[in-house]
Ligand binder design. Structure first.
Ligand SMILES: Nc1ncnc2c1ncn2[C@@H]1O[C@H](COP(=O)(O)OP(=O)(O)O)[C@@H](O)[C@H]1O
Ligand SMILES: [Mg+2]
Length: 155
């Protein structure tokens, strides 16, 4: 798809730095869906996003609570749908409403609605060919998605 940006990282710190770069550009209303196997770096990328949003405290895996929130320049809402068992739980969570109050990052979107209701970015994370390498594909949705992903492109 046009405008997709693919990037390789060689280690955890590079993934976090990439997230930080992304986080600095994010605004209220932005939604990112992070899709990929366990251990591909979804939480690591989100930690970087938290830094980029000047969030206090370390972002960690919200697996047991479905959603964590971190105050920052904008509030980061970090959801992990891995443990979602039925869609009713998701309805209870009122997922998309969070985007109106801050930046919404969702791990395991394939457990839930998957499709972005509006603009945003779908990120696919995969293991690379060598140890610690990761492949991240940033796929923009809508004009806002393009602006976010466009800013990641090396100048
Ligand atoms: N290039 C890399 N990017 C991100 N994480 C990496 C990388 N190389 C190794 N790792 C390790 O992979 C794991 C990623 O974990 P995590 O971010 O929790 O993944 P996920 O949320 O996708 O399950 C961490 O243990 C991290 O140290
Ligand atoms: Mg995770």
């Amino acid at each position: 798809m046009a405008d997709t940006v693919e990037m390789l990282t060689a280690n955890e710190e590079q993934t976090r730095d990439l997230g930080e770069r992304l986080g600095r550009r994010l605004q209220r209303g932005d939604v990112l869906l992070l899709s990929g196997d366990l251990g591909t770096g979804k939480t690591c990328l989100t930690q970087g996003i938290g830094r980029g949003l000047d969030c206090k405290g370390n972002v960690n895996s919200p697996s047991y609570v479905l959603m964590n929130e971190y105050a920052g320049r904008e509030t980061l809402y970090h959801a992990d749908l891995y443990r979602i068992e039925d869609v009713e739980e998701l309805d209870d969570l009122g997922l998309w409403d969070y985007a109106e109050r801050g930046v919404l990052v969702i791990e395991w979107p394939e457990r839930g609605p998957e499709l972005l209701p509006g603009d945003g970015v779908v990120v696919e994370l995969r293991y690379g060919d060598v140890e610690r390498q990761r492949r991240l594909r940033f796929m923009p949705r809508g004009e806002r998605g393009k602006a976010i992903v466009g800013a990641l492109r090396p100048a």
